[in-house]
Design a protein around this ligand. Structure first.
Ligand code: CS2
Length: 492
C-alpha cells in the first residue's frame, strides 16, 4: 500500500481537506519539542489554519526528545499526516502540512540545538508533559537532582532534557548575537509559562549569571491554556483512515471537534496570526486555565482512577454509568465549581455540560489507563490546589478525596481482581513501596502516600479532614469495591 506523501496528496478523495499553500517553499519558523499526538491535533492544527489563510514562514520542525517513533512515521510521508475530527455522528478528515520535518534529539543533539539557534526560528514551543519540566510539582523549583538536569549542566553541548535544549539554544543565540525566540509552553500546568521560566532561570543561573540575565531580558514565556481531547491512535484507527484515504498513513491522529487555545500575548520575536483562526490572545490566561484544569482535568483524573478500578477501559464507558455521571456532576457543582470564577460572558454551566458531553463521546476510544499515567505529576494542579482552597474554609472536599483515594488504590499496583496494574509514573516505585509498607491497612497507606512531599507538599499530611475522608473512601474501596462504593454514594 502506498503511503501518504507529497506525491499521493493529489490522489486523495475530495472529502479530505489538504494544504492550500505551497509546501515546497514553506520555511520553518517554529521548533516544537515533543511532537506527540496532542501537538499534531492542536497547535499544528491552528498553525495549519494560519498557513492556509495567510501563508507565512511558520512551518514547524517537530522534535522528539526520546524515541524515533514519530519521525519514522512521518519522514516517509514528507511530514504529512491526517487529522480526523470525530463526533458521535460525524467525521472530518484533514491532511496537515505544517510539519516540515521531524528531528530526534538523542540521534544528534547538536543538530537540534543548531536548528533551535537558527535566526529563522522565532518560537520554540513545548508539549513535553508535566514531568518534562524536571521540576518539583509541589514547589515549582527545578529539581537539580534530576539525572537529565545533572547531565545537561555538565554537557550543555549535548543535552537530554527540554530545559537543557532551551538553555543550549538560547546560549548559542546570545553568543552569536541572534535575537531570542519565544519559549511557548503548551503543557497542562498552571502558569505553564512561569513554570518554564523559573526552571530555565534556575538552570541558566548554574550555567552563567550573565546568560541568566540575558534570558531574563530577551526571552518571553507566555502562559497558555490548551484543550483538546486526543486519545492515543490505535491500529484500528490507522486501518480506518487507510480505507478512507486509499493510502496508508502511519501518523494519523484522531480527536474531538472541540478545541480551545488561550495564549498570553507576550511574544519576543513575532508569531503566526493564531487569533484569526480561533485562538484567543489575551493578557491573562490564569482564569481560563483554572477552569480547564479543575473542571476538565480534575474530573478526568478522578474518572480515570476510579473508572479503571471499576473495570472500565474507556472514559465513554465510565460516563455510561449513571452513578459516575452523578459523581462528576457533583464534583463540577461543588469542589471544582466552588473554586473557579467565570470570566465575563463565559457561561460556565454550559461549559460543564459540554464537558460531560465531550467525556461521553463514544467515537473516541480514550483509555482510562492513558489518563491515569503520571498521576504524581498531575494531582497537585488537578486536585490538590483546589483541596487546599477548600480546606481554608468549609468547602466540600469529598470528591477530591475520592479521587486521591482511587489514585492510592491504583498506584498500589494491584487491581480488584488481584491482577497487576501497569502503573506508568516517574514515582511508581516510591508509591508502590509506600503502599506495600502499610501491609493492607488503608489508614497506614494514606499516611505513607500523603507523606510524599513531592506530591503533597508539607501541609496536607497534617490536615485531619483531608486524611480522614481519604481513609474512609479507601476503606470502602477495599471492603466493597470501587463500583459498589460509587453506586452506593451516587446511585439514583
Ligand atoms: C488528560 C488530558 O491525559 C490526561 O491526563 O486529562 O490529556 C486531557 O485530555 C487534555 O488536557 C484535554 O485538553
Amino acid at each position: 500500500m502506498k503511503r501518504l506523501s507529497n506525491e499521493t496528496l493529489s490522489q486523495l478523495p475530495s472529502k479530505v481537506q489538504t494544504p492550500r499553500y505551497d509546501r515546497s517553499t514553506l520555511k520553518a519558523g517554529i521548533v516544537h519539542l515533543g511532537i506527540g499526538a496532542f501537538h499534531r491535533a492542536h497547535q499544528a492544527f491552528y498553525t495549519e489554519a494560519v498557513l492556509n489563510q495567510f501563508g507565512g514562514d511558520w512551518g514547524i520542525v517537530g522534535c522528539s526528545l526520546r524515541s524515533a517513533g514519530v519521525r519514522d512515521q512521518l519522514a516517509p510521508q514528507d511530514g504529512l499526516y491526517t487529522l480526523v475530527e470525530r463526533s458521535s455522528d460525524s467525521e472530518k478528515f484533514q491532511v496537515i502540512g505544517a510539519v516540515r520535518n521531524v528531528m530526534v534529539g538523542p540521534e544528534d543533539p547538536a543538530a537540534l540545538v543548531a536548528t533551535m539557534a537558527d535566526p529563522d526560528i522565532k518560537i520554540v514551543s513545548l508539549t513535553v508533559t508535566e514531568k518534562g519540566y524536571c521540576h518539583d510539582p509541589a514547589t515549582g523549583d527545578l529539581n537539580l537532582d534530576n539525572p537529565d538536569i545533572r547531565h545537561d549542566l555538565e554537557n550543555l553541548h549535548a543535552p537530554k532534557s527540554a530545559i537543557g535544549y532551551l538553555a543550549a539554544a538560547l546560549k548559542a543565540r546570545m553568543d552569536a548575537g541572534v535575537p531570542s525566540f519565544t519559549a511557548l509552553s503548551c503543557d497542562n500546568l498552571p502558569n505553564n509559562g512561569q513554570v518554564l521560566e523559573k526552571a530555565l532561570h534556575q538552570f541558566a543561573e548554574k550555567v552563567a549569571p550573565d546568560f541568566a540575565q540575558w534570558v531574563k531580558t530577551n526571552t518571553t514565556f507566555p502562559c497558555t491554556m490548551i484543550d483538546r481531547i486526543v486519545p492515543a491512535t490505535t491500529d484500528e484507527d490507522r486501518a480506518h483512515v487507510e480505507s478512507v484515504l486509499g493510502v496508508r498513513d502511519e501518523g494519523t491522529v484522531l480527536t474531538e471537534p472541540f478545541t480551545q487555545w488561550v495564549i498570553e500575548d507576550k511574544f519576543a520575536n513575532g508569531r503566526p496570526q493564531w487569533e484569526e483562526v480561533g485562538a484567543q490572545l489575551v493578557d491573562e490566561v490564569e482564569v481560563f486555565e483554572k477552569i480547564k484544569l479543575r473542571l476538565l482535568n480534575g474530573a478526568h483524573s478522578t474518572i480515570a482512577y476510579a473508572g479503571y478500578l471499576a473495570g472500565f477501559e474507556y472514559v465513554s464507558e465510565v460516563m455510561a454509568e449513571p452513578a459516575f455521571v452523578k459523581m462528576v456532576e457533583t464534583y463540577h457543582a461543588r469542589e471544582a465549581g466552588e473554586t473557579v470564577a467565570a470570566p465575563e460572558g463565559f457561561d460556565i454551566e454550559f461549559y460543564k455540560e459540554q464537558l460531560r458531553d465531550r467525556f461521553r463521546n463514544k467515537s473516541l476510544k480514550h483509555r482510562t489507563w492513558q489518563i491515569a499515567m503520571d498521576g504524581s505529576q498531575k494531582l497537585p494542579q488537578r486536585l490538590l490546589h483546589t483541596l487546599r482552597e477548600q480546606l481554608d474554609g468549609p468547602g466540600h472536599i469529598d470528591i477530591i478525596t475520592l479521587g486521591v483515594a482511587a489514585w492510592i488504590r491504583y498506584v498500589s499496583g494491584v487491581d480488584e481482581k488481584g491482577q497487576p496494574i501497569d502503573v506508568s509514573d516517574p514515582l511508581a516505585q516510591t508509591l508502590r513501596e509506600a503502599c506495600d509498607s502499610a501491609k493492607g491497612n488503608p489508614a497506614a497507606m494514606v499516611k505513607a502516600v500523603v507523606g510524599i512531599k513531592e506530591v503533597f507538599g508539607y501541609d496536607l499530611f497534617s490536615e485531619p479532614r483531608f486524611v480522614e475522608s481519604t481513609v474512609a473512601w479507601l476503606e470502602a474501596f477495599y471492603e466493597k469495591g470501587v463500583l459498589a462504593t460509587i453506586r452506593e454514594h451516587f446511585g439514583a
